[in-house]
Design a protein around this ligand. Sequence first.
Ligand SMILES: *Cc1c(COP(=O)(O)O)cnc(C)c1O
Length: 385
Amino acid sequence: MTAAPVRTRGRILLSTPDVGTREQEMVAAAISSGWIAPLGPMVDAFEQRVAERCGRAHAVALSSGTAALHLALLEVGAGPGRAVVVPTMTFVATANAVTYTGAEPVFVDCDPDTGVLSPALLEEALTALAAEGTPVAAVVPVDLLGRCADYPVIEAVCARHGVPVVSDAAEALGASWQGRPAGSFGAVAALSFNGNKIMTTSGGGMLLTDDAATARRARHLSTQAREPAVHYEHTQVGYNYRLSNLLAALGLAQLERLDEMIGRRRALREQYAAMVEGVPGVRVFQREGDAVDNCWLTALLVDPTVTGWSVDDLRAALDAADIESRPLWKPMHRQPLFAGARGHLDGSADRLFATGLTLPSGSALTPDQVDEVLGTLAGFLEQHR
Ligand SMILES: *Cc1c(COP(=O)(O)O)cnc(C)c1O
């Protein structure tokens, strides 16, 4: 009797942490240095390097990207009675951060090709909010899947309406727009170092700004807004949002490897692109325009009226081979959490949600895993010609 073949590998996931010996060395160095709890020289160094990388004067290391967005929104005065414009095509954290402040998220649809905030619909939203007399604290463009939003146009629209830009660059460290790095846009920007992002501190984020007072206030709020007195004096509600020195050590090691990791993701994207080239009705998402993205996640867009199959069919085939894939972000205006929220929508995000599928894209994928994913995709395409 022959035994059934044993699966020797686990599920192949979209994007997992890519850490090795350099990361181990740096974390071990942080431990031996005695700087464990919570701040220390590696936090300072990590902030400085990320600020340099993003072309910013100041960076504040925080416990998550969501915390960075929350503090950024507080800084521009988001609160009850005010609106914050958010793209509907994003991860829920963008909208949650607005809700934390008591402001109202107003959802705006995206460019049908690239999925980033539509400047025309943004203009429409800001005009409507001004007409009804609702103050707008901020517009939060999101650098979707590592592709920068259309900042030059968005910044011009926002400047005309006198509304600050808070950039959600959580997915986009290492990307750029016409030579300007992600994280350099807006009055304040937020990065994430969550475990599935382009680089990780196992969990963390960063607030970026050119304004010293903004950075000082964010630091203050992130450490329980503790006034300089021996007895813990407080005049305002603070948060416990700082990143620890141990995690900053991990971040420093990851940052050294950022370009190498982006290179691997880009090479994988090119392999996907080569595979679907010439397949009618299938294309790689976000390959057009001036943005140089960091290839955080590669997605396919499938037009089922041309292909005769849908992204659900492909997802099922990959799933059967124990390979993870996922639709693009479910638009915020479709989330039960935001039922009844206002929006300026034209169906673009809905279409992308229905026709997009993100594929394993991580830099930690082994050559065997890449072969397996590409082989499964090739088999599916062959079978459905
Ligand atoms: C990951 C992500 C965040 C939140 O970052 P965390 O570090 O997980 O809190 C915010 N916005 C977008 C668009 C993200 O993808």
